[in-house]
Ligand binder design. Sequence first.
Ligand code: M6R
Length: 364
Amino acid sequence: EKGEYRHFMLKEIFEQPTVVAQTLGSYVRQENRSVALPQLDVDLGAIERVTIVACGTSYYAGLVAKYWFEQFARLPVDIDVASEFRYREPVLEPGGLALFISQSGETADTLAALRHCKENGQTIGAVVNVPTSTMAREADVLLPTHAGPEIGVASTKAFTCQLAVLAALAAHMAVKRGRLSRDQEQEIVDHLLETPACLNAALDRDDDIAAMAPLIAPARDVLYLGRGQDYPLAMEGALKLKEISYIHAEGYASGEMKHGPIALIDDNVPVIVIAPSGPLFEKTVSNMQEVSARGGKIVLISDAEGIAEAGEGCMATIQMPRVHPLIAPLVYAVPVQLLAYHVAVAKGTDVDQPRNLAKSVTVE
Ligand code: M6R
């Protein structure tokens, strides 16, 4: 039931603090501030490399996780969309963990890739939201998300719960590989546990975002820019907007703008910049200047510090709480989802059942 909410998508966006907390609850131990994965009889310490395969929004969760596996666990990661993966003869050496990320656990391409990896001797991990799904049954290591049923075709709460599981998994593997001290592990757990409160702070921006949606709704094209682990979020933002508002949107790595996409910029093109303050912020500011100089209208999503530094001259800003980089992708997912939602509402589209799309894609 939608309850007080106009659409399932909005309800599911607002459920995120609760379901992310629920999910984290089964991956961290609060008493001793440690990461603890559920029912694990496989030794993940012996894993030498990780292959991640998924589709759509679940694929973007995997792209964010690639940064974490590399940064914390120093594990090499190969990642691909499931529809491409099997057909390019991927190199699958013994000792590899193949990780499949899927809300439904039934997506045909992802399932076929899972079976391919199984036949090729990989340990199969599955991050799935439907515990009775085929992928859940076929995995060696089941890593459930506890998002509850997701009804809206546009995936929202499943995405942030996937990120929560993947962050815990990356930290767990880092511990197993001796890459994180006990102190560092505790610090990571503390930051993960801050996520629900930060998601609530992000949700507090709902009215501001609804108010700016009419500025975006008339656009024909919208660009999203992000750097590092925020680059996948730029792609996720663009996918959300396309799916439910039918506006053409693309996500780019901020620094790639000048290698082509900048030719698209004129004063009809809103550019959504996802940029928490931090060491790389300066570089993003110069990318923003390139956009402004060509008349592009910027919406900056950042924290108070970032907005103080670069907010001037933007068409709009959306202020996020200041958060640790590890949880930034979870927190910044919220404004990106809300923006797509409110633009779609402004356009009067069928938000929960967008044209041409099905919740679960069970054909290849
Ligand atoms: O159930 P899955 O996570 O395997 O689904 C993957 C994609 O089909 C899904 O994320 C799709 O891209 C969503 N409609 C995105 O909002």
